[in-house]
Design a protein around this ligand. Structure first.
Ligand SMILES: *Cc1c(COP(=O)(O)O)cnc(C)c1O
Length: 393
């Protein structure tokens, strides 16, 4: 809408569409289709649909369109396409642009389902995939070769919060004409500057911070109008991973408070990380917002924040970690992130359980490791809860 609007204004108003009733709140257009005034107008719409013309909810829907326009404005891309889940977004972003014989370079430290798409799905259809250590630019330089079609990485890895230098990897990729596809969930759309740093396509699981209240599964692909409309949309509209209008409405409501929530969570995450660092029962602290993180300077340059997740290792291995988690009263044991409720996850036995031991070792997923998604509770209450948990270790 207004190019000069700042983030919080965009998050409240951008993309809003009002019906003839002038409703204040974004309406849920819970409809699969749209009636045409005449056979001629149906024909015309199938030839070329105008901005306010929709055909079928698998292709697009007014509520979903509001969400797509709002997130595109926030991310700074020309367009966006919403999907049924974050994984549908990752899958469609990659599969829609690749064909047999293409070469992709990917960071190795990936969310398990992302790894499945790169390792199992793409290779099954003849795409060649080279995995690199995402933090090692020399490995990217060696792996990205003339003819490489795309690079893929999570800008901050799960659960060990290792960053990939978006600007540096984008330079390497663009030198051979490869597209840069970033899964930016941990960075959040608020701290993301991925497009300015060179990313061509940015993917989010909206299930995380965008909803922010653990209600709905969703995803979104952000990119240029050409990429979204000519590459991603044809694949998505024919394969059916559309976001439900009801979910789009939930996500729109989430976005109004996204900036406030992410900043409050990140501030609490820093307070929590400072309180836990150096605690005798905490044997390792990983938080990009602390100077002790090896990529602290990159985190500040790339995101201007340490993010909303704190990962740490407690003494006593798995037993210590379980004692700690079972003692928590405020933080919930679960595996979502970016939720208003603080969530403690034990990656070794849950999200990363299926990884073989050598890969767990390589990724630093030790038996005592805890991933904490810091929520919106009072930071003092959270710290008190974590401290009484550590006392049980
Ligand atoms: C959660 C997550 C996904 C998948 O999103 P869903 O909405 O659960 O499908 C993909 N990438 C990362 C980094 C995630 O954290």
């Amino acid at each position: 809408m207004a190019d000069n609007w700042k983030t919080r204004t965009k998050l409240v108003h951008e993309g809003s569409r009002r019906s003839q009733y002038g409703e204040m709140a974004e309406a849920i257009f819970l409809t699969q289709g749209f009636a045409y005034d005449s056979a001629e107008s149906a024909e015309a719409r199938f030839v070329k649909a105008g901005d306010d013309e929709f055909i079928y909810a698998r292709y697009g829907n007014p509520t979903t369109r509001m969400f797509e326009e709002r997130i595109a404005a926030l991310e700074g891309t020309e367009d966006a396409f919403a999907t049924a889940s974050g994984m549908a977004a990752v899958n469609a972003a990659l599969v829609s642009m690749l064909r047999a014989g293409d070469h992709v370079v990917s960071a190795r430290a990936l969310f398990g389902s992302c790894l499945y798409i790169l390792e199992e799905v793409l290779t099954r259809y003849g795409v060649r995939v080279t995995f690199v250590d995402g933090a090692d630019l020399d490995q990217w330089r060696a792996a990205v070769v003339p003819g490489t079609k795309a690079v893929f990485f999570e800008s901050m890895s799960n659960p060990t919060l290792e960053l990939v230098d978006i600007a540096a990897v984008s330079d390497i990729a663009h030198a051979v004409g490869a597209l840069v596809v970033v899964d930016n969930v941990f960075a959040t759309p608020i701290f993301s500057r991925a497009v300015d740093q060179g990313a061509d396509v940015v993917v989010y699981s909206a299930t995380k911070h965008i909803d922010g209240q653990g209600r709905a599964l969703g995803g979104v692909i952000c990119g240029t109008r050409d990429y979204i409309r000519k590459v991603a949309e044809p694949y998505l509209k024919h394969t059916g991973a559309a976001m439900s209008p009801f979910t789009s409405w939930i996500m729109l409501n989430g976005m109004a408070t996204l900036d406030l929530r992410c900043r409050a969570m990140a501030e609490s995450a820093l307070t929590v990380a400072r309180a836990l660092e150096g605690h005798p029962k905490v044997t390792r602290m990983i938080f990009p917002g602390l100077p002790s993180h090896p990529q602290h300077a990159l985190a500040m340059a790339q995101m201007g924040s340490g993010g909303t997740l704190v990962t740490f290792e407690v003494a006593g291995g798995k037993e210590g970690a379980f004692r700690f988690m079972n003692a928590l009263e405020i933080a919930k044991i679960s595996n979502n992130l970016g939720d208003a409720k603080t969530i403690a996850t034990h990656p070794a036995t849950t999200t990363h359980q299926r990884l073989p031991q050598d890969q767990k070792d390589a990724l630093g997923i030790t038996p005592g490791l805890i991933r904490l998604s810091v929520g919106l509770e009072d930071a003092d209450d959270l710290i008190a809860d974590l401290m009484q948990g550590l006392a049980q270790v």
